[in-house]
Design a protein around this ligand. Structure first.
Ligand code: OSB
Ligand code: MG
Length: 390
């Protein structure tokens, strides 16, 4: 399970010549943009009203590719943050890719391996080159990974509010929109009562909670009160390194435990499962180092019968397209945080993704299958840098 991802059986079966195409990256264009959210998103680590979005365009001898870099502005969710990504791209990651010369997207992770951490930054560069590679081959990301479903049921992640009434109203709006799975953000002081009220108003909705590390093992008794509400799962209540604490929670309380922040590579999955620290894994592609690593995590969990679902980072259409294709793999048995574009943005940087009957259609065009609205992107860009071999 430690080999670099290099195309699975399903991929090989689908393409007689899997990716002997070599690509030489010539330029990475890094853009930072400001995009207002339609509704403030409050979690235990802060409130976002205007999201800072970073996207990457790569120019190569085989065409261009686009990627989204799903990192937060500040190191409050994980240690990575956008100013650090800017630095690590120009001083550490891009130079290694330029020095490598002709490569396949599957070579990116290994080429960048000497640089410790910075998985979300690495993921963006791999994603851009994967887009080029798949476009040049005329295949979609879904085909490449062997995704099986044409459309997938999706959920919505609901931020905390000043009052519980406001939360109940917001959830009612999303349920009216057609979401059948709702995730509530919780923290000490905003947990049992909000969950009780939302459950009372929506007895049949698939309901789960996410604490973004806001609790400790001293709260296990307190969190046991959530067991009464038939939750699908509780996501990452304790610190990102506290696998033993999550294992204790999993033993003592009945709500299934899911890990987000704790899972930054396949080894973390193996450790968490060995310790009994998780029943369910949230797969965020950037957090585990990219879409290829995400597929490897999926495969590992699927082989063990461990359910996974696709997490979200309030993506634009670029990341959303890729997440939809990833979540079309058969092991993604729970709905992901992949909501319709309009839940986040009044205007997206690609054509918007729409939800019909609680489902979104998986893109099937070459690469990640979306076209970026470059004029709109230009109008909201506040920083643009070009990295070249020189
Ligand atoms: O913990 O899942 C999280 C957004 C930013 C950082 C962390 C998280 C989230 C979300 C958003 O919950 C989910 C979405 O994109 O809809
Ligand atoms: Mg989470």
């Amino acid at each position: 399970m430690h080999q670099q991802y290099g195309g699975r059986d399903t991929v090989a079966a689908m393409h007689t010549a899997p990716s002997d195409l070599l690509i030489t990256p010539e330029l990475f264009e890094i853009r930072r943009m400001k995009m207002p959210l339609v509704r403030p998103f409050r979690t235990s680590f802060g409130t976002e009203t205007v999201r800072e979005v970073m996207i990457v365009r790569v120019v190569t001898d085989r065409g261009e590719g686009w990627a989204e870099c799903s990192i937060e502005s500040d190191p409050l969710y994980l240690s990575e943050f956008l100013d650090a990504a800017d630095h690590v791209f120009s001083d550490h990651l891009a130079p290694r890719l330029f020095a490598h010369g002709p490569m396949r997207a599957e070579d990116v992770a290994g080429t960048l391996e000497p640089v410790k951490g910075h998985r979300m930054a690495k993921a963006a560069l791999e994603m851009a080159l994967l887009d080029v590679q798949l476009r040049a081959q005329g295949i979609s990301f879904q085909q490449y990974i062997g995704g099986t479903r044409a459309s997938i049921p999706v959920g919505v992640s609901v931020g905390m509010t000043d009052t519980v009434d406001e939360l109940v109203d917001n959830v009612a709006g999303y349920v009216t929109d057609g979401y059948t799975r709702v995730k509530l953000k919780i923290e000490p002081g905003f947990d049992i009562e909000p969950v009780r009220r939302v459950r009372e108003a929506n007895p049949d909705v698939l309901l789960q909670v996410d604490a973004n590390t806001a609790y400790s093992t001293a709260d296990i008794e307190h969190l046991a009160q959530l067991d009464a509400f038939g939750l699908l799962l509780i996501e990452q209540p304790f610190g990102e390194d506290d696998l033993v604490g999550h294992a204790e929670l999993a033993r003592r309380n009945s709500t299934p435990v899911c890990l987000d922040e704790a899972i930054r590579c396949l080894d973390h999955v193996r450790s968490a499962l060995a310790l009994g620290a998780a029943h369910i894994i949230n797969i965020k592609p950037a957090r585990v180092g990219g879409y290829l690593a995400a597929v490897a995590v999926h495969d590992h969990c699927q082989a063990l019968g461990v359910p996974v679902w696709c997490g979200g980072m309030l993506e634009t259409g670029i990341g959303r397209a890729a997440n939809l294709a990833l979540a079309s793999l058969p092991g993604f048995t729970l709905p992901g945080d992949i909501s319709a574009s309009k839940r986040y943005w009044t205007r997206d940087i690609t054509a918007p993704f729409e939800m019909v009957d609680g489902h979104i259609t998986v893109p099937t065009g070459p690469g990640f299958g979306v076209e970026v609205d470059v004029d709109f992107v230009e109008s909201i860009t506040f920083e643009r840098r070009e990295l070249t071999a020189g």
